[in-house]
Design a protein around this ligand. Sequence first.
Ligand code: BV8
Length: 223
Amino acid sequence: MRIVILTGAGVSAESGLGTFRDKDGLWTRYDLAEVATPEGFARDPAKVHDFYNARRANAQSATHNAAHAALCRLQASAHDVMLVTQNVDSLHEQAGSRDVVHMHGALSGALCARCGDRWTAPLAMSPTDLCPSCAAPATRPDIVWFGEMPYHMDAIHAALLDADLFVAIGTSGTVYPAAGFVDIADGAGADTLELNLEPSEARSAFADARYGPASEIVPAWVD
Ligand code: BV8
């Protein structure tokens, strides 16, 4: 069976990484326009680096949970699985998953806004860091901000059109284009399943759903 999995912040919540839109979520404490847009970065790069430096430190001390481990087992099964994540942490990789499609980038990456070179981010980035290729002081986290094009969209789109099953796990279904994947897969004839703590905004688009903490419902579904 060809399966496309889309994960969101809910899959890492039990690893201690905060979600975005839940009570006490990141976007209730930070202004998204200031820290997660190219315009915000242009206005105050130090503030944006501080935001991502803190999240990078948090993510580095986090441990994957039973949901990440179950998805790794699914990838190792006979099924053909594309694992797409909106998360910028590396907990799927820490659990052993390979070829994870990071559509919103990764905290572990640095990107030169001038020449496009990419390299491994240091734990703390700063506006004075120079690009190792072109020496421009234009380094930024390799994160897809609002208003920017998410990565790997052609490959994801092709997999959705070819999928037998699309499963969204721990995502609120509010950020596009990821929120529209269920409609693409459904339109192409795939079965669709939502695994989440509670019904998401996109619940009505899914044929089936199971609710509870990801560390319980994902292993129960996989095994
Ligand atoms: C684009 C940065 C096209 C990384 C992120 C109006 C105005 C402006 C823009 C738009 C607009 N309308 C549409 C848009 C486009 C915009 C968008 O969708 N905006 C929304 C908010 C309206 N999208 C974009 O800009 C995207 N780009 O469209 O490009 C384009 C075309 C032409 C030219 C240029 C571009 C770019 C989107 C990427 C944004 N980057 N963040 C970072 O700092 O991390 S998005 C951010 O939201 C995160 O990446 C996150 O992954 C993503 C999705 O959130 P979720 O993962 O779903 O997290 P959330 O907190 O919302 O939900 C958690 C869920 O888990 C909940 O349902 C909860 O119940 C559940 N849960 C909690 N605990 C558990 C659990 N489930 C299970 N177990 C648990 N224990």
